[in-house]
Design a protein around this ligand. Structure first.
Ligand code: NAD
Length: 482
């Protein structure tokens, strides 16, 4: 194992830095250069057993704390994450290629904000709800923590996606075993550093990187009470099957292929100004990105020209440079996959209006040019499958009914946007889109509102008060009439 300051040779189990069972660590590569960024400890099944055991022991004391005491811990945890925000953002951008101007918010500051949000929420949520019984007497409905949570996360927004699980889980009185994606193992240890600094009780948060085999071991572990997963739809289905057999609660945040409907009265300047953040955010490596642009016949050529010019003008570069709008993809495999889809689109006869290949002058980093296909039939594979890179398709529609039909003709249902000068019309169209979230002239997650998908985009919701509910189990305690 090389040694450099970014190396993380130990797992975080039971509040201790613990050497893994096997010494051979996991190499984390830098997306912009393809060279070694650092080495991470990687967990074996035995290490996972130890982490789950520690979370189980910690559960006894953690769940017994009054919510106000847990909230104080979360506040300190938030402060410790906040203090590290800038370094965390830079480290994550080096791992996954996310432009730093985005990473500072979503990897740097968002985790602390989530801890704070759920700390404040549990201060205002009573543990018990006392209800008069319909049959006389009364019932105490008690919110109990569901138990030990296995949090399994992907590499694209590793910090915020982990925090979307850790924050509500800890707030509800659960303890957590975090298994991050191998590509972004290094930044996951920031949660361990912050837990130590905040003085969280040992075992409340455990960090054990590893591949999908140890992830699978964690999912089926008898000491786990709930699984919170974000990742691809195939992995989500595999995890859902195991949890179904075990009757184990599971939340699944999966893939997407969202539509951006440009209506005839859209403010096209606004649409162009927001194209990067709505459709190509994080180099297109975003589950809710609006990658299928639907344009009305009357504006079709104008939309094609506008999207093409906007995408052509994006600044491709080093993710750590604040002017960069498009950075490299996370890995060589991801770059090859995205280039494969571009070839597939061309082979199917669709016209590339800009981009269409790797960025040769960027050396060994995994850069792909932001690419636009026009005239795409919604039945084409590039319009149906999640590419997870900077590739957009433009499809023409006749009227709004057809736009809605195309938007909904997808296996997925995670995001979507409507572009219109009339908010009422936007709301009416949003209502017809079969999806967990929709934006009108805008798309951004809201910490206080539920996020999640329908159909192949998953099960359950994270964020907002709805994001706390899956970490509780409701117990009814009946009292008869006196
Ligand atoms: P992935 O599914 O390959 O891996 C995600 C995580 O699950 C990793 O930690 C991986 O090691 C683990 N894993 C994989 N198979 C497993 C199994 N059978 N059992 C247990 N653990 C397993 O996904 P990825 O390539 O890391 O991330 C990209 C995918 O994530 C995209 O499809 C994207 O749309 C999706 N995603 C969804 C959301 C959302 O909120 N809906 C957010 C971000 C990413």
């Amino acid at each position: 194992m090389d040694t450099n300051t970014l190396d993380r040779p130990a797992l975080f189990v039971d509040g201790e830095w613990t050497l893994p069972e096997h010494g051979d660590g996991l190499e984390v590569l830098e997306a912009a250069t393809g060279t070694t960024l650092g080495w991470s400890a990687t967990a074996s099944e035995t290490d996972i057993d130890a982490a789950v055991g520690s979370a189980g022991r910690a559960l006894i004391g953690w769940r017994a704390l009054a919510p106000a005491r847990r909230a104080e811990h979360l506040d300190r945890f938030a402060a410790a994450l906040h203090a590290r925000a800038k370094q965390t953002a830079a480290l994550t951008s080096r791992e996954n290629g996310m432009p730093i101007r985005l990473s500072v918010g979503v990897n740097g500051y968002a985790p602390g904000l989530m801890m704070k949000y759920y700390a404040d929420l549990i201060r205002s949520v009573d543990r018990d709800d006392v209800r008069p019984s319909a049959l006389g007497g009364r019932t105490v409905v008690r919110r109990e923590p569901v138990g030990v949570v296995a949090a399994i996360t992907p590499w694209n927004y590793p910090q915020s996606i982990a925090a979307m699980k850790i924050a509500p889980a800890l707030a509800a009185g659960c303890t957590v075993v975090l298994k991050p994606a191998p590509e972004t193992s290094l930044d996951a240890f920031v949660f361990a550093d912050a837990a130590v600094e905040a003085g969280l009780p040992a075992g409340v948060v455990n960090v054990v990187p590893g591949g999908r085999e140890v992830g699978a071991h964690l999912v089926r572990h008898p000491g786990v009470d709930k699984v919170a997963f974000t990742g691809s739809t195939p992995a989500g289905r595999a995890i859902g099957e195991v949890c179904g057999r075990l009757l184990r609660p599971v939340t699944l945040e999966l893939g997407g292929k969202s539509a951006s409907i440009v209506t005839v009265d859209a403010d096209l300047e606004l649409f162009a100004a927001k194209l990067l953040e709505v459709s190509l955010v994080n180099n297109g490596q975003t589950c809710h990105a609006g990658t299928r642009i639907l344009a009305p016949r009357a504006l079709y050529s104008q939309v094609v020209e506008l999207v093409t010019e906007t995408v052509r003008g994006l600044v491709i570069g080093d993710p750590l440079d604040r002017s960069t709008q498009i950075g490299p993809l996370v890995s060589a495999a991801q770059r090859d996959r995205v280039l494969g889809y571009i070839d597939m689109g061309r082979a199917a006869g669709y016209r590339v209006t800009t981009g269409g290949g790797a960025v040769a002058q960027r050396g060994a980093g995994w850069f792909v040019e932001p690419t636009v296909f026009e005239g795409v039939d919604n039945a084409a594979r590039i319009a149906r499958e999640e590419i997870f890179g900077p590739v957009l398709t433009i499809t023409e529609y006749e009227d709004e009914d057809e736009a809605v039909a195309i938007a909904n003709d997808s296996d997925y249902g995670l995001g979507g946007t409507v572009w219109t000068s009339d908010e009422e019309r936007g709301l009416a169209l949003a209502d017809r889109i079969h999806s967990g979230t929709v934006g009108v002239n805008h798309y951004a997650l809201d910490l206080a509102a539920p996020f999640g998908g329908v159909k192949a985009s998953g099960l359950g919701r994270e964020l907002g008060p709805e994001g706390l509910t899956p970490y509780y189990s409701a117990k009814s305690i009946y009292f008869g009439a006196l």
